[in-house]
Design a binder for this molecule. Structure first.
Ligand code: ADP
Ligand code: MG
Length: 401
C-alpha cells in the first residue's frame, strides 16, 4: 500500500500504552421501533481492524463518532448506546460509553482506561462545537489523547472539530485501515491508470453530478450515462422522453458537457433503449427504443440493448469508476440495468473496478458482488469529492506537518 501526501498508516504509529483517539464513522441506521437497535452493522465491522490492531498493541482507545443529525443538541434517541453495545458484542470486549462528547464525564472515562481498553465518547454532534469546528471543543477532544487516528473516510470531506480542528493540537497522527485503503485506491484513479478508463455515471440528477462529470472528462476515455440523468442528456439531444424525469433547466448544461466531451475526445455512451412504465409502482413495464415516443410513460431503467453496450464497454475497460444507479434499482422491476453494471464490473478481472456513492454502493451489495470489485468506497460524498481531485479537510489534516 502506498499512502501519498505524507500520511502515516496506523501500523506505523507508536501506540503502545498511549491514549489514541480514533475518529470512526459509526453513523449506522437504527431500527425505527422503541428499541432503537443497530439495523445494519457494516460501518461497525468496517472499523474493527483498526480497533483490534490498537487493542493488540496495548493502546488506550478513545472512539469518537457522530450519529444522525442532532444539530448540536442532546437528542436522547441519537445516543451511541446501541452502537457501543453492538461493538462490544463484536469485539467480545467492554466498550465504556461516556455520557457526553466532552466534559467531566468524558475525561473520567478516558482517564480510567487501561492498556487495551476501549472508551467511546457520546455522539460528537450533541455538541455544537463539532460541526462548527470550534477550537475550544477541538482542544478539549485533543486533550483526551496523545495520538490521533482517522478511520472515518465518509466524513473526511467535512471540516469538523473531530476530523480537522483537533488534529493540529495532537503531535502524532495517522490513517486507520479504512481510511488508508480509501486513499490508496481512490488516489490511483487520479494518477496514471491502465486504459481504456471508463466512467459509468447515473443517479438522480445531472445537477448533483455535473462537477464529477466535468472532472472525469479530463481523465477518462469514455463515459456511459444512465439513470434519470440520462433523460436530461437525451432531451438535450432532441429526443422525446414522454413523462420521464427531465431537468428542463439543465439542458444547456447537458449540451455544453457533450460539446466539451467531444472536444476532449471522450466517448459518451447514452441509452439507446429504456424500460418505461406509468410510475414507480406500476404493475407492468415495456421496453422502448429512444427514438420511439414513450407516450405518457416514464423511463425508469436502461433497456437490454443499452445494458449490452455498457456491459461490452465495461469488459473492454482496464479501469472503471462507477457512480450512480442506472435506474430505480430500489424496485426489482427497474433494477436490471444497475445489477447488470455491477455484475459486469465484477466479471472484469483485469480492471481496477471502483464504486463510489451511497446508493451505488448499496446496489453493489444488493447485486451480491461487493467482494468481487476492487473497491467499494465507504464514503458517498467524500469519494465523489476525492475523485474530482478536491482536497478533503480530514485527509489534508492527516498530512499537515
Ligand atoms: P449515489 O448515491 O450512488 O451517488 P444518486 O443519489 O445520485 O446515486 O442517485 C440514486 C437515485 O437515483 C436512486 O434513488 C434511484 O432510484 C434514482 N434513479 C435512478 N434512475 C432513475 C430514473 N430513471 N428515474 C427516477 N429516478 C432514478
Ligand atoms: Mg444518493
Amino acid at each position: 500500500m502506498t499512502l501519498p501526501r505524507g500520511i502515516v498508516h496506523v501500523e506505523q504509529l507508536p501506540v503502545e500504552g498511549q491514549r489514541v483517539f480514533v475518529r470512526v464513522d459509526l453513523n449506522v441506521p437504527l431500527t425505527k421501533d422503541k428499541e432503537r437497535k443497530v439495523a445494519d452493522d457494516s460501518r461497525i465491522t468496517a472499523v474493527l481492524p483498526t480497533i483490534e490492531h490498537l487493542v493488540k498493541r496495548g493502546a488506550r482507545i478513545v472512539l469518537g463518532s457522530h450519529l444522525g443529525r442532532p444539530d448540536g443538541q442532546v437528542k436522547p434517541e441519537l445516543t451511541l448506546e446501541p452502537v457501543a453495545a453492538r461493538l462490544a458484542e463484536l469485539l467480545g470486549q467492554e466498550v465504556v460509553l461516556a455520557d457526553e462528547p466532552a466534559g467531566d464525564g468524558a475525561r473520567k472515562v478516558v482517564g480510567d482506561l487501561r492498556e487495551g481498553q476501549i472508551g467511546m465518547l457520546e455522539n460528537l454532534r450533541f455538541h455544537p462545537g463539532e460541526e462548527e469546528n470550534d477550537d475550544t471543543f477541538a482542544r478539549q477532544l485533543a486533550s483526551y489523547c496523545d495520538i490521533y487516528v482517522n478511520d472515518a473516510f465518509g466524513t473526511a470531506h467535512r471540516a469538523h472539530a473531530s476530523t480537522a480542528g483537533m488534529v493540529r493540537h495532537v503531535s502524532q497522527k495517522g490513517a486507520g485501515y479504512v481510511m488508508a485503503k480509501e486513499i490508496d485506491i481512490l488516489s490511483r484513479l487520479l494518477g496514471e491508470v491502465d486504459r481504456p478508463y471508463l466512467a459509468v455515471v447515473g443517479g438522480a440528477k445531472v445537477s448533483d453530478k455535473i462537477e464529477v462529470l466535468d472532472a472525469l472528462l479530463d481523465r477518462v476515455n469514455a463515459i456511459a450515462i444512465g439513470g434519470a440523468m440520462a433523460n436530461t442528456f437525451l432531451t438535450a439531444q432532441g429526443k422525446n422522453l414522454g413523462k420521464s424525469k427531465v431537468e428542463a433547466d439543465k439542458l444547456a448544461m447537458a449540451r455544453n458537457f457533450l460539446r466539451k466531451a467531444s472536444e476532449k475526445n471522450v466517448t459518451v455512451h447514452l441509452p439507446t433503449d429504456v424500460v418505461v412504465a406509468s410510475g414507480l409502482d406500476a404493475e407492468d413495464s415495456q421496453i422502448v427504443a429512444i427514438d420511439e415516443h414513450p407516450g405518457p410513460l416514464m423511463a425508469l431503467d436502461i433497456g437490454p440493448a443499452t445494458v449490452e453496450a455498457y456491459r461490452a464497454a465495461i469488459a473492454r475497460a482496464r479501469t472503471v469508476f462507477w457512480n450512480g444507479p442506472m435506474g430505480v434499482f430500489e424496485k426489482p422491476r427497474f433494477a436490471a440495468g444497475t445489477v447488470a453494471v455491477a455484475r459486469a464490473m465484477a466479471d472484469n478481472r483485469l480492471a481496477l473496478t471502483v464504486v463510489g456513492g451511497g446508493d451505488s454502493a448499496a446496489a453493489v451489495v444488493q447485486a451480491g458482488v461487493a467482494d468481487r470489485v476492487t473497491h467499494v468506497s465507504t464514503g458517498g460524498g467524500a469519494s465523489l469529492e476525492f475523485i474530482q481531485g478536491l482536497e478533503l479537510p480530514g485527509i489534508a489534516a492527516l498530512a499537515a506537518g
